[in-house]
Design a protein around this ligand. Structure first.
Ligand SMILES: [Zn+2]
Ligand SMILES: [Zn+2]
Ligand SMILES: [Zn+2]
Length: 247
């Protein structure tokens, strides 16, 4: 199996077939991916990486690897001495080329407000956000409101699963010297150059923010799925929300 980041600076080959995909919605994976991070676990020696990921020590026991060129969330690796059964590494499922031939094994972490459907709330009136390392912060008027899940190949390679964003936003103030931008034909992808957190997407004057960047509660609700014609093959969309094959 092969995979790569959004810009192609980092690519990889898996020399074994993983058991399946774990979707993680923990607070760290939400901030890092902008929504949820999906991964497959393989033995370290079964992973061949081309290009150099940037590593961020995200906790006492693990580090996260991302592409410094585009910010794609690619690898999660334990750094403790406890490696009974051999060293393993988690690899982004969204970065895998299709077909992957695998399916979801389990989901971890509690879903945030924006990952669920329901009536749109009027609160909170102010939103703050930050990346995983805290290098990039943001504030804007709330609530986040309608959140769309985008299943396009760019969002999948960038986030590791699919994106969940809201906008275009007004009165957004983003600050931090580690804010980076990756330009593509469709627009500019914003990410943190230190931790690799996905922050948002801009096209012209308009910006959409990744809901995972916002401190909860976001006041966001999932309202639709777009570009489902390009979704990954390892998951199914079963929440009953409207789906658009493209936009
Ligand atoms: Zn890249
Ligand atoms: Zn950061
Ligand atoms: Zn997309």
């Amino acid at each position: 199996m092969n995979g790569r980041c959004l810009c192609g600076h980092v690519s990889f080959t898996l020399r074994e077939t993983p058991e399946g995909v774990v979707i993680c919605r923990c607070a760290d994976c939400r901030r890092w991916s902008g929504n949820a991070w999906a991964s497959v676990s393989v033995r370290l020696e079964a992973l061949e990486v081309r290009g150099a990921p940037v590593w961020f020590r995200s906790s006492a026991y693990a580090r996260r690897g991302f592409c410094g060129g585009c910010g794609a969330s690619l690898f999660w690796q334990p750094v403790t001495e406890d490696t009974a059964g051999g060293e393993r590494i988690a690899v982004s499922a969204g970065a895998l080329d299709l077909p992957t031939g695998v399916s979801v094994l389990r989901e971890e972490g509690e879903a945030a407000d924006f990952q669920q459907a329901g009536p749109l709330p009027a609160e909170p009136r102010q939103l703050t956000g930050r990346c995983l390392c805290g290098g990039v912060t943001g504030r804007l008027a709330g609530p986040a409101g309608a959140v769309e899940a985008c299943h396009c190949i760019q969002c999948r390679r960038m986030t590791g699963h699919h994106s969940a964003s809201f906008g275009p936003v007004t009165d957004l103030v983003l600050s931090g010297h580690t804010l980076r931008c990756h330009a593509t034909q469709t627009g500019h992808w914003k990410f943190c150059g230190t931790c690799g957190s996905s922050i948002g997407f801009s096209r012209g004057e308009e910006t959409w923010l990744d809901a995972g960047f916002i401190d909860p509660p976001t006041g966001g609700r999932l309202t639709a799925h777009i570009f489902t014609a390009f979704k990954g093959d390892y998951y199914r969309i079963m929440d009953g929300l409207p789906q658009a094959a493209e936009r």
